[in-house]
Each structure stands twice: as C-alpha cells, then as structure tokens.
Design a protein around this ligand. Structure first.
Ligand code: SAH
Length: 256
C-alpha cells in the first residue's frame, strides 16, 4: 500500500456524487488529510465525513487559482497532507494542468488519484452501454463551445456526422443550441437522447426522449446545470449480442 507523502499535493477524483463511488485510495487519502480543498459546487459534502474532525476543509468555489495555489503551497510547507478533491475524474475538464504548473513553479509536485467520471455514473443510472455491437463502437466525450471555446475541428456538428455515442458535458444550459447542432451535423430527429442530472446523487433526475422533444422536456424539468447530455442509438432498441459470449464463437480462452 502506498504511503502518502506530505511533500506532494494529492489530486483526488471524487467520483460523480455517490460517496461510495470514490476509490479506496481516495478514501484513505481523505481520512488522513490535514487540508482538503474541494470544489464545493459539484462535490457531495457527504464525502467530507471521511475526513478527520481536525481536518481543515476549504471550498474552492470562491477562490481564484492564485488563492488555491497559495493555500496548497503554505500547507505543504507546514508539512501538512493536502488533498485537492475534484468531481468525477481529474482527466476531464479538471484544470489540473494549470494547478500542477503553478505548484511546480514553487517546487511542489502532485500525484493524481483516478476517479469515476460522471459519464460513467450517468451510464450506470441508465443501465446503458455506450458501445453496442453493430450500433456504436465509439464514444465521443465533448462539450459545446461556451465561454471556453472549442477548436473548430471539434464542433458538435462535426462530431455529429459520426452518429455514434456522445456524452456532452457542460452544455445543458444551451440545450436548444445543442439539439440544433446535432441535427445540423447528421443525427436524425428520432435519435434517442437522455439528460442525466446529478447522476448517482439521491436527487438524480433522468429525462429521456428524442432530438425532437428533449429540449422542451429538459426545460420543463428545470434542469440547467450539473447534467450530462447523452445521445446516440446506443439508447435505442437496436442491439446485437456480442461475439465474445456467443456459443458459436471460438476465441483464445474458449473453443466451440
Ligand atoms: N471531471 C468531471 C467533469 C467536470 S466538468 C467528471 O469527470 O465528471 C463539470 C460537468 O460535469 C458538469 O457541468 C456536468 O456536465 C458534468 N457532471 C459532473 N458531475 C455530474 C453528475 N453527477 N451528473 C451529471 N453530470 C455531471
């Protein structure tokens, strides 16, 4: 088992919300941490129950990058075990690169502890599989351009041309525009689509429909943040059994 060293900052993926969906390593770090800086807008506060009562838990929502770094640096210099707790997994829309660069300037390294991303939590809520044999074998993870632009080659329209499974982050507030772009790009109006609000939280809401009616349903449900838009025929009725478990299909581990 790893021993944790207070000379680094530990970036921990908190999972999508359910406090049981953090990794054991993340849990162990939280239970030992002396300073925890968590993204309050998205982190389930129940995760902080894993911390010692003496731990200093700070919501980063009101802090800017400089203030977050200063808190990390001063705490590490005091010899404290510092955890930066972020939603889902760190590798998607996690801004860990800029935090890592700023820490490096102060001579402090970081380690990342993987988490369960919300696109996986959302699929679990639906009991769905993004990759369905002969229907969709790829998943596009993206967002609509907002205040943060996306490269032109990564527009929703261009991705829609593939008509495969898509998980769209950070975009539900613009559901009308998302639907327009998906239709312009190539999906037909009957394509199934689901919006999952707060996947794996007790207050999770799932709205299902097609590209024709989803925008109205999402607005009627009052969903305008903390949601994923999942689109593609993987949500539809067509599926084919996989070859892997087919009794007529031999492979390395099993002969017909
Ligand atoms: N690193 C995170 C994503 C951070 S960006 C991850 O791996 O999930 C924040 C966006 O993630 C939100 O706007 C929303 O689109 C999505 N999100 C995060 N938690 C979610 C949840 N529990 N249910 C649905 N969407 C969620």
């Amino acid at each position: 088992m790893d021993e944790f060293t207070p000379s680094h900052v530990y970036f921990v993926g908190a999972g999508p919300g359910d406090p049981e969906l953090i990794t054991l390593k993340g849990y162990r770090l939280l239970s030992k941490a002396e300073v925890v800086i968590y993204a309050g807008s998205l982190i389930n506060p129940a995760l902080l129950d894993y911390c010692q009562p003496s731990a200093k838990c700070v919501d980063s929502a009101a802090l800017n990058l400089g203030q977050i770094i200063e808190l990390m640096v001063s705490s590490v210099r005091e010899g404290k075990l510092v955890v930066r707790l972020q939603t889902g997994d760190l590798a998607l829309y996690g801004s860990i690169r800029e935090q890592g660069e700023e820490l490096a300037k102060q001579g402090i390294g970081f380690r990342s502890i993987a988490g369960v991303s919300s696109f996986l939590g959302a699929a679990a809520e639906l009991g769905a599989e993004y990759t369905v044999p002969e229907v969709a074998q790829s998943l596009i993870i993206t967002r609509m351009a907002g205040r943060t632009p996306t490269p032109e080659l990564e527009s929703l329209e261009r991705f829609a041309a593939h008509q495969t499974s898509m998980a769209i982050f950070l975009s539900v507030q613009g559901i009308d525009a998302v639907v327009d772009k998906l239709l312009t790009g190539g999906y037909c109006r009957e394509t199934p689509i689901a919006v999952v609000y707060k996947a794996t939280w007790p207050e999770c809401q799932v709205v299902k429909g097609t590209l024709s009616d989803i925008a109205d349903q999402v607005k009627a449900a009052g969903i305008n943040k903390t949601a994923l838009i999942l689109v593609g025929r993987f949500l539809g009725d067509e599926y084919h059994y996989s070859k892997l478990y087919d009794a007529e299909f031999s492979h390395e581990y099993r002969q017909v």
